[in-house]
Design a binder for this molecule. Structure first.
Ligand SMILES: [Zn+2]
Length: 444
Protein backbone atom coordinates (compact mmCIF):
# COMPACT_ATOMS: atom_id res chain seq x y z
CA UNK A 1 0.00 0.00 0.00
CA UNK A 2 2.71 2.33 1.04
CA UNK A 3 4.61 1.46 -2.11
CA UNK A 4 1.64 2.16 -4.40
CA UNK A 5 1.23 5.54 -2.76
CA UNK A 6 4.76 6.57 -3.49
CA UNK A 7 4.37 5.52 -7.15
CA UNK A 8 1.22 7.63 -7.41
CA UNK A 9 3.02 10.52 -5.73
CA UNK A 10 5.95 10.25 -8.15
CA UNK A 11 3.51 10.35 -11.08
CA UNK A 12 1.80 13.38 -9.63
CA UNK A 13 5.12 15.15 -9.12
CA UNK A 14 6.10 14.35 -12.69
CA UNK A 15 2.81 15.75 -13.94
CA UNK A 16 3.19 18.91 -11.86
CA UNK A 17 6.67 19.49 -13.24
CA UNK A 18 5.39 19.14 -16.79
CA UNK A 19 2.46 21.47 -16.19
CA UNK A 20 4.44 24.11 -14.35
CA UNK A 21 6.22 25.65 -17.29
CA UNK A 22 8.11 28.85 -16.65
CA UNK A 23 6.47 32.04 -17.85
CA UNK A 24 7.90 35.07 -19.59
CA UNK A 25 6.05 37.76 -17.65
CA UNK A 26 7.49 40.85 -19.25
CA UNK A 27 9.91 41.84 -21.99
CA UNK A 28 11.86 45.09 -21.98
CA UNK A 29 14.12 46.73 -24.52
CA UNK A 30 16.99 49.14 -23.83
CA UNK A 31 19.15 50.90 -26.37
CA UNK A 32 22.74 51.82 -25.36
CA UNK A 33 25.33 53.55 -27.58
CA UNK A 34 27.14 50.28 -28.33
CA UNK A 35 24.48 47.62 -27.93
CA UNK A 36 20.77 46.89 -27.71
CA UNK A 37 19.46 44.83 -24.80
CA UNK A 38 16.32 42.73 -24.49
CA UNK A 39 15.40 41.46 -21.04
CA UNK A 40 12.87 38.68 -20.43
CA UNK A 41 11.34 38.60 -16.94
CA UNK A 42 10.85 34.98 -15.97
CA UNK A 43 8.80 33.22 -13.33
CA UNK A 44 11.72 30.87 -12.66
CA UNK A 45 15.04 29.63 -14.01
CA UNK A 46 15.10 28.35 -17.61
CA UNK A 47 17.46 26.85 -20.13
CA UNK A 48 17.71 28.43 -23.55
CA UNK A 49 19.46 28.15 -26.86
CA UNK A 50 20.44 30.76 -29.44
CA UNK A 51 20.46 30.14 -33.18
CA UNK A 52 21.58 32.85 -35.60
CA UNK A 53 20.30 32.69 -39.16
CA UNK A 54 21.10 34.74 -42.24
CA UNK A 55 19.28 35.62 -45.40
CA UNK A 56 17.47 37.43 -43.91
CA UNK A 57 19.30 37.94 -40.61
CA UNK A 58 17.44 36.53 -37.62
CA UNK A 59 18.13 35.45 -34.09
CA UNK A 60 16.11 32.51 -32.80
CA UNK A 61 15.89 31.84 -29.07
CA UNK A 62 14.34 28.63 -27.84
CA UNK A 63 13.46 28.81 -24.15
CA UNK A 64 12.70 25.32 -22.86
CA UNK A 65 9.43 24.55 -21.09
CA UNK A 66 8.25 28.14 -21.13
CA UNK A 67 5.11 30.06 -22.05
CA UNK A 68 4.85 33.67 -23.12
CA UNK A 69 2.60 35.69 -20.82
CA UNK A 70 3.73 39.18 -21.85
CA UNK A 71 2.76 41.77 -24.41
CA UNK A 72 5.55 41.98 -26.95
CA UNK A 73 3.65 44.36 -29.23
CA UNK A 74 4.45 47.36 -27.01
CA UNK A 75 8.19 47.04 -27.67
CA UNK A 76 9.83 49.78 -29.73
CA UNK A 77 13.13 48.87 -31.33
CA UNK A 78 14.02 52.33 -32.63
CA UNK A 79 17.69 53.00 -33.45
CA UNK A 80 18.59 49.33 -33.21
CA UNK A 81 19.31 46.43 -35.58
CA UNK A 82 16.14 44.68 -34.35
CA UNK A 83 13.24 45.22 -36.72
CA UNK A 84 10.69 42.90 -35.17
CA UNK A 85 9.91 40.13 -32.72
CA UNK A 86 7.79 37.05 -33.37
CA UNK A 87 7.03 34.07 -31.18
CA UNK A 88 5.60 30.58 -31.38
CA UNK A 89 5.04 27.62 -29.06
CA UNK A 90 7.11 24.68 -30.22
CA UNK A 91 5.97 21.09 -29.85
CA UNK A 92 7.47 19.84 -26.58
CA UNK A 93 6.71 23.03 -24.70
CA UNK A 94 9.56 25.32 -25.73
CA UNK A 95 8.89 28.97 -26.48
CA UNK A 96 10.51 30.12 -29.70
CA UNK A 97 11.28 33.83 -30.02
CA UNK A 98 12.47 35.14 -33.37
CA UNK A 99 14.13 38.55 -33.70
CA UNK A 100 14.20 39.96 -37.22
CA UNK A 101 17.44 41.85 -37.73
CA UNK A 102 18.53 44.47 -40.23
CA UNK A 103 22.17 43.38 -40.08
CA UNK A 104 24.50 40.58 -39.05
CA UNK A 105 25.13 41.47 -35.41
CA UNK A 106 27.06 39.78 -32.64
CA UNK A 107 24.79 38.41 -29.95
CA UNK A 108 25.38 37.31 -26.37
CA UNK A 109 22.95 36.10 -23.76
CA UNK A 110 23.10 35.40 -20.07
CA UNK A 111 20.79 34.53 -17.20
CA UNK A 112 20.48 36.65 -14.09
CA UNK A 113 19.37 34.57 -11.13
CA UNK A 114 16.56 35.81 -8.89
CA UNK A 115 17.76 37.81 -5.90
CA UNK A 116 15.88 39.93 -3.41
CA UNK A 117 12.80 41.38 -5.12
CA UNK A 118 14.14 40.46 -8.54
CA UNK A 119 12.89 37.57 -10.62
CA UNK A 120 15.04 35.38 -12.82
CA UNK A 121 15.85 37.21 -16.05
CA UNK A 122 17.21 36.27 -19.44
CA UNK A 123 19.29 39.03 -21.03
CA UNK A 124 20.04 39.13 -24.76
CA UNK A 125 22.51 41.75 -26.01
CA UNK A 126 22.88 42.69 -29.67
CA UNK A 127 26.36 44.23 -29.93
CA UNK A 128 26.90 46.96 -32.50
CA UNK A 129 29.80 46.42 -34.85
CA UNK A 130 32.48 48.98 -35.59
CA UNK A 131 34.85 50.95 -33.44
CA UNK A 132 33.30 52.27 -30.27
CA UNK A 133 32.37 55.91 -30.20
CA UNK A 134 34.33 56.38 -26.97
CA UNK A 135 37.57 55.38 -28.69
CA UNK A 136 36.91 57.92 -31.42
CA UNK A 137 36.41 60.74 -28.97
CA UNK A 138 39.91 60.35 -27.58
CA UNK A 139 41.46 60.68 -31.02
CA UNK A 140 39.80 64.04 -31.45
CA UNK A 141 41.15 65.38 -28.15
CA UNK A 142 43.21 68.46 -28.87
CA UNK A 143 46.97 68.14 -28.46
CA UNK A 144 47.37 71.73 -27.31
CA UNK A 145 49.55 72.34 -24.25
CA UNK A 146 46.53 74.05 -22.77
CA UNK A 147 44.15 71.14 -22.82
CA UNK A 148 40.72 71.01 -21.25
CA UNK A 149 40.17 69.43 -17.86
CA UNK A 150 38.07 66.32 -18.60
CA UNK A 151 35.19 65.66 -16.21
CA UNK A 152 33.47 62.25 -16.35
CA UNK A 153 29.89 62.57 -15.14
CA UNK A 154 28.25 59.30 -14.16
CA UNK A 155 24.49 59.22 -13.68
CA UNK A 156 24.00 56.18 -11.44
CA UNK A 157 21.92 53.12 -12.39
CA UNK A 158 19.86 53.18 -15.64
CA UNK A 159 18.00 50.72 -17.86
CA UNK A 160 17.15 47.54 -15.96
CA UNK A 161 18.34 49.15 -12.74
CA UNK A 162 16.00 51.90 -11.53
CA UNK A 163 18.09 52.54 -8.39
CA UNK A 164 16.09 53.52 -5.34
CA UNK A 165 12.38 54.18 -5.82
CA UNK A 166 10.66 56.93 -3.86
CA UNK A 167 7.05 57.99 -3.22
CA UNK A 168 4.99 58.23 -6.40
CA UNK A 169 7.35 55.73 -8.11
CA UNK A 170 9.98 58.42 -8.66
CA UNK A 171 13.12 56.59 -9.75
CA UNK A 172 16.68 57.38 -8.75
CA UNK A 173 17.94 56.63 -12.29
CA UNK A 174 15.72 59.39 -13.76
CA UNK A 175 16.40 62.05 -11.14
CA UNK A 176 20.16 61.54 -11.19
CA UNK A 177 20.24 61.59 -14.99
CA UNK A 178 18.58 64.99 -14.93
CA UNK A 179 21.01 66.34 -12.34
CA UNK A 180 23.94 64.87 -14.33
CA UNK A 181 22.67 66.54 -17.53
CA UNK A 182 22.38 69.89 -15.76
CA UNK A 183 25.90 69.42 -14.39
CA UNK A 184 27.16 68.73 -17.91
CA UNK A 185 25.60 72.00 -19.12
CA UNK A 186 27.31 73.88 -16.29
CA UNK A 187 30.74 72.58 -17.24
CA UNK A 188 30.19 73.13 -20.94
CA UNK A 189 29.36 76.76 -20.34
CA UNK A 190 32.79 77.32 -18.84
CA UNK A 191 35.96 77.50 -20.93
CA UNK A 192 38.56 74.94 -20.00
CA UNK A 193 36.35 71.90 -19.42
CA UNK A 194 35.30 68.96 -21.52
CA UNK A 195 32.59 66.59 -20.28
CA UNK A 196 32.18 62.89 -20.86
CA UNK A 197 28.80 61.47 -19.92
CA UNK A 198 29.30 57.88 -18.76
CA UNK A 199 25.63 57.14 -19.44
CA UNK A 200 23.83 59.12 -22.11
CA UNK A 201 20.33 57.74 -21.80
CA UNK A 202 18.24 55.12 -20.09
CA UNK A 203 20.40 51.99 -20.25
CA UNK A 204 22.60 50.16 -17.77
CA UNK A 205 26.38 50.43 -17.74
CA UNK A 206 28.30 47.97 -15.53
CA UNK A 207 30.26 49.49 -12.64
CA UNK A 208 33.65 48.36 -14.02
CA UNK A 209 32.75 49.68 -17.46
CA UNK A 210 31.89 53.08 -15.97
CA UNK A 211 35.45 53.36 -14.70
CA UNK A 212 36.83 52.09 -18.01
CA UNK A 213 34.91 54.73 -19.94
CA UNK A 214 36.34 57.45 -17.69
CA UNK A 215 39.86 56.10 -18.18
CA UNK A 216 39.45 55.84 -21.96
CA UNK A 217 38.35 59.46 -22.03
CA UNK A 218 41.45 60.34 -19.97
CA UNK A 219 39.24 61.94 -17.35
CA UNK A 220 40.81 64.18 -14.72
CA UNK A 221 37.88 63.65 -12.41
CA UNK A 222 34.97 61.21 -12.05
CA UNK A 223 31.76 62.06 -10.25
CA UNK A 224 28.94 59.55 -9.80
CA UNK A 225 25.52 61.03 -9.04
CA UNK A 226 23.02 59.13 -6.86
CA UNK A 227 20.05 59.59 -4.55
CA UNK A 228 19.90 57.79 -1.23
CA UNK A 229 17.16 55.66 0.30
CA UNK A 230 16.44 54.28 3.75
CA UNK A 231 13.67 52.28 5.37
CA UNK A 232 12.91 55.19 7.70
CA UNK A 233 11.28 57.88 5.51
CA UNK A 234 12.55 60.57 7.90
CA UNK A 235 16.17 60.06 6.81
CA UNK A 236 17.32 63.11 4.86
CA UNK A 237 20.25 65.16 3.63
CA UNK A 238 22.89 64.92 0.95
CA UNK A 239 26.34 63.42 1.32
CA UNK A 240 29.64 62.85 -0.45
CA UNK A 241 31.62 59.59 -0.56
CA UNK A 242 35.13 58.65 -1.57
CA UNK A 243 36.75 55.24 -1.80
CA UNK A 244 38.25 53.75 1.31
CA UNK A 245 41.53 51.88 1.23
CA UNK A 246 40.66 50.11 4.44
CA UNK A 247 37.30 49.77 6.12
CA UNK A 248 34.37 52.12 5.79
CA UNK A 249 34.31 55.30 7.88
CA UNK A 250 30.86 54.42 9.24
CA UNK A 251 28.46 51.50 9.30
CA UNK A 252 26.00 53.40 7.13
CA UNK A 253 28.72 54.15 4.54
CA UNK A 254 29.55 50.45 4.39
CA UNK A 255 25.88 49.50 3.90
CA UNK A 256 25.43 52.19 1.25
CA UNK A 257 28.50 50.98 -0.68
CA UNK A 258 27.16 47.42 -0.56
CA UNK A 259 23.81 48.58 -1.92
CA UNK A 260 25.35 50.66 -4.70
CA UNK A 261 27.70 47.78 -5.56
CA UNK A 262 24.70 45.48 -5.98
CA UNK A 263 23.66 47.57 -8.99
CA UNK A 264 25.39 45.10 -11.32
CA UNK A 265 23.08 42.34 -10.08
CA UNK A 266 20.05 44.46 -10.93
CA UNK A 267 21.29 46.19 -14.07
CA UNK A 268 22.66 42.99 -15.56
CA UNK A 269 26.34 42.43 -16.26
CA UNK A 270 27.56 39.41 -18.19
CA UNK A 271 30.56 37.46 -16.95
CA UNK A 272 32.66 38.85 -19.78
CA UNK A 273 32.13 42.38 -18.45
CA UNK A 274 33.03 41.60 -14.89
CA UNK A 275 35.98 43.13 -13.26
CA UNK A 276 39.27 41.34 -13.80
CA UNK A 277 41.80 43.74 -12.33
CA UNK A 278 40.50 45.00 -9.02
CA UNK A 279 42.53 42.79 -6.71
CA UNK A 280 45.81 44.63 -7.18
CA UNK A 281 44.46 48.09 -7.71
CA UNK A 282 44.47 49.37 -4.16
CA UNK A 283 48.17 48.73 -3.64
CA UNK A 284 48.96 51.13 -6.47
CA UNK A 285 50.84 54.18 -5.24
CA UNK A 286 48.86 56.47 -7.51
CA UNK A 287 45.79 55.47 -5.54
CA UNK A 288 46.98 57.49 -2.57
CA UNK A 289 47.41 60.64 -4.63
CA UNK A 290 43.99 60.16 -6.27
CA UNK A 291 42.37 59.61 -2.92
CA UNK A 292 43.93 62.77 -1.47
CA UNK A 293 42.58 64.74 -4.44
CA UNK A 294 39.18 63.06 -4.05
CA UNK A 295 38.98 64.08 -0.40
CA UNK A 296 39.99 67.67 -1.22
CA UNK A 297 37.32 67.97 -3.92
CA UNK A 298 34.84 66.31 -1.59
CA UNK A 299 35.45 68.94 1.09
CA UNK A 300 34.80 71.69 -1.48
CA UNK A 301 31.63 69.91 -2.61
CA UNK A 302 30.27 69.63 0.92
CA UNK A 303 30.87 73.35 1.44
CA UNK A 304 28.83 74.18 -1.68
CA UNK A 305 26.12 71.59 -1.04
CA UNK A 306 25.57 72.84 2.51
CA UNK A 307 24.26 76.09 0.97
CA UNK A 308 21.32 74.33 -0.70
CA UNK A 309 20.70 71.16 1.28
CA UNK A 310 21.03 69.75 4.76
CA UNK A 311 24.09 67.56 4.94
CA UNK A 312 23.52 63.98 6.03
CA UNK A 313 27.16 63.86 7.10
CA UNK A 314 29.46 66.86 7.41
CA UNK A 315 32.60 64.99 6.36
CA UNK A 316 33.49 63.03 3.24
CA UNK A 317 32.59 59.47 4.16
CA UNK A 318 34.55 56.56 2.73
CA UNK A 319 33.73 52.97 1.82
CA UNK A 320 34.47 50.36 -0.85
CA UNK A 321 32.37 51.68 -3.73
CA UNK A 322 33.17 49.62 -6.85
CA UNK A 323 32.47 52.51 -9.20
CA UNK A 324 35.11 54.66 -7.46
CA UNK A 325 37.92 52.10 -7.74
CA UNK A 326 40.00 53.84 -10.40
CA UNK A 327 43.62 53.84 -9.28
CA UNK A 328 44.51 57.04 -11.12
CA UNK A 329 41.36 59.17 -11.42
CA UNK A 330 40.13 61.14 -8.40
CA UNK A 331 36.55 59.95 -7.95
CA UNK A 332 33.59 60.85 -5.78
CA UNK A 333 30.06 59.61 -5.35
CA UNK A 334 27.42 62.21 -4.43
CA UNK A 335 24.14 61.27 -2.80
CA UNK A 336 21.99 64.24 -3.75
CA UNK A 337 19.28 63.61 -1.13
CA UNK A 338 16.99 60.85 0.14
CA UNK A 339 14.51 59.79 -2.51
CA UNK A 340 12.77 57.72 0.19
CA UNK A 341 11.93 60.92 2.09
CA UNK A 342 8.68 62.39 0.65
CA UNK A 343 9.88 65.99 1.05
CA UNK A 344 13.26 65.34 -0.53
CA UNK A 345 11.75 63.19 -3.29
CA UNK A 346 9.64 66.11 -4.45
CA UNK A 347 12.69 68.40 -4.30
CA UNK A 348 14.77 65.90 -6.26
CA UNK A 349 12.10 65.90 -8.97
CA UNK A 350 12.02 69.70 -9.20
CA UNK A 351 14.06 71.52 -11.81
CA UNK A 352 15.10 74.20 -9.29
CA UNK A 353 16.64 71.73 -6.84
CA UNK A 354 18.24 69.76 -9.68
CA UNK A 355 19.82 72.97 -11.01
CA UNK A 356 20.96 74.08 -7.57
CA UNK A 357 22.50 70.68 -6.86
CA UNK A 358 24.23 70.67 -10.25
CA UNK A 359 25.55 74.16 -9.56
CA UNK A 360 26.84 73.16 -6.11
CA UNK A 361 28.67 70.13 -7.54
CA UNK A 362 30.06 72.25 -10.38
CA UNK A 363 31.28 75.00 -8.01
CA UNK A 364 32.99 72.48 -5.73
CA UNK A 365 34.83 70.72 -8.56
CA UNK A 366 35.59 73.98 -10.39
CA UNK A 367 37.12 75.56 -7.31
CA UNK A 368 39.42 72.58 -6.88
CA UNK A 369 40.62 72.61 -10.51
CA UNK A 370 41.15 76.35 -10.55
CA UNK A 371 43.25 76.07 -7.38
CA UNK A 372 45.07 72.83 -8.27
CA UNK A 373 45.02 72.49 -12.08
CA UNK A 374 46.85 69.64 -13.82
CA UNK A 375 50.02 71.25 -15.30
CA UNK A 376 49.20 70.95 -19.04
CA UNK A 377 45.72 72.46 -18.81
CA UNK A 378 44.16 75.78 -19.70
CA UNK A 379 43.56 76.40 -15.99
CA UNK A 380 47.25 75.90 -15.24
CA UNK A 381 48.11 78.46 -17.94
CA UNK A 382 45.57 80.86 -16.47
CA UNK A 383 47.06 80.43 -13.03
CA UNK A 384 50.58 81.04 -14.38
CA UNK A 385 49.29 84.17 -16.10
CA UNK A 386 49.99 82.85 -19.62
CA UNK A 387 47.71 84.26 -22.28
CA UNK A 388 45.29 81.54 -23.23
CA UNK A 389 45.91 81.92 -26.98
CA UNK A 390 46.52 79.30 -29.59
CA UNK A 391 43.47 77.21 -28.86
CA UNK A 392 40.84 76.82 -31.50
CA UNK A 393 37.58 78.49 -30.54
CA UNK A 394 35.40 75.41 -30.67
CA UNK A 395 32.41 76.83 -28.77
CA UNK A 396 31.37 73.36 -27.72
CA UNK A 397 31.43 71.96 -31.27
CA UNK A 398 33.35 68.71 -31.65
CA UNK A 399 34.53 66.88 -34.69
CA UNK A 400 33.76 63.21 -35.10
CA UNK A 401 35.15 60.78 -37.66
CA UNK A 402 32.67 58.20 -38.88
CA UNK A 403 33.78 54.64 -38.13
CA UNK A 404 32.55 51.36 -39.56
CA UNK A 405 29.15 50.43 -38.15
CA UNK A 406 28.23 53.98 -37.20
CA UNK A 407 24.78 55.30 -37.90
CA UNK A 408 23.82 58.95 -37.76
CA UNK A 409 21.03 58.17 -35.32
CA UNK A 410 23.44 56.19 -33.13
CA UNK A 411 25.85 59.14 -33.02
CA UNK A 412 22.98 61.49 -32.19
CA UNK A 413 22.00 59.21 -29.32
CA UNK A 414 25.55 58.89 -28.04
CA UNK A 415 26.12 62.64 -28.00
CA UNK A 416 22.65 63.46 -26.76
CA UNK A 417 22.04 65.69 -29.78
CA UNK A 418 18.75 65.67 -31.73
CA UNK A 419 19.20 63.88 -35.06
CA UNK A 420 17.74 66.89 -36.86
CA UNK A 421 20.39 69.19 -35.29
CA UNK A 422 23.11 66.83 -36.40
CA UNK A 423 21.74 66.80 -39.97
CA UNK A 424 21.25 70.56 -40.10
CA UNK A 425 24.67 71.32 -38.67
CA UNK A 426 26.36 69.12 -41.26
CA UNK A 427 24.01 69.95 -44.13
CA UNK A 428 22.97 66.32 -44.46
CA UNK A 429 19.55 65.75 -45.94
CA UNK A 430 19.30 62.03 -45.26
CA UNK A 431 21.04 59.66 -42.92
CA UNK A 432 23.74 58.31 -45.21
CA UNK A 433 27.30 58.72 -43.98
CA UNK A 434 30.56 57.10 -45.03
CA UNK A 435 33.49 55.72 -43.07
CA UNK A 436 36.19 58.34 -42.58
CA UNK A 437 33.79 61.24 -43.13
CA UNK A 438 34.22 64.01 -40.55
CA UNK A 439 31.11 65.54 -39.08
CA UNK A 440 30.61 68.30 -36.54
CA UNK A 441 28.80 67.49 -33.30
CA UNK A 442 27.01 70.62 -32.12
CA UNK A 443 26.81 71.25 -28.37
CA UNK A 444 23.77 69.42 -27.02
ZN1 LIG B 1 22.42 54.84 -6.30
Amino acid sequence: MKRINSVVLACLLGLTAAVQAAEVRDVRFWRAPDHSRVVFDLSGPVTHELITLSNPHRLVIDIQNTKLAADTQKLQFANSPVTGLRHADKPGGALRIVFDLSADVQVRSFLLAASGDLHDRLVVDFLDKGESVEAQVIKSVETSSQRDVVIAIDAGHGGEDPGAIGPGRVKEKDVVFQIASRLKERFERKKGYRVVMIRNGDYYVGLAKRRDLARKAQADFFVSIHADAFTNPQANGSSVYALSKRGATSASARILAQRENDADLVGGVSLSDKDQVLAGVLTDLSMTASLDASLSVGAQLLGEMSKISRLHSKRVEQAGFAVLKSPDIPSLLVETGFISNPGEASKLKSSSYQSNMALAIFEGIDRYFRESPPPDTYFAALKRGDTPGGRPATAGVREYTIARGDTLSGIALRYNVPLSDLQRHNQLSGSSIRVGQKIQIPAS
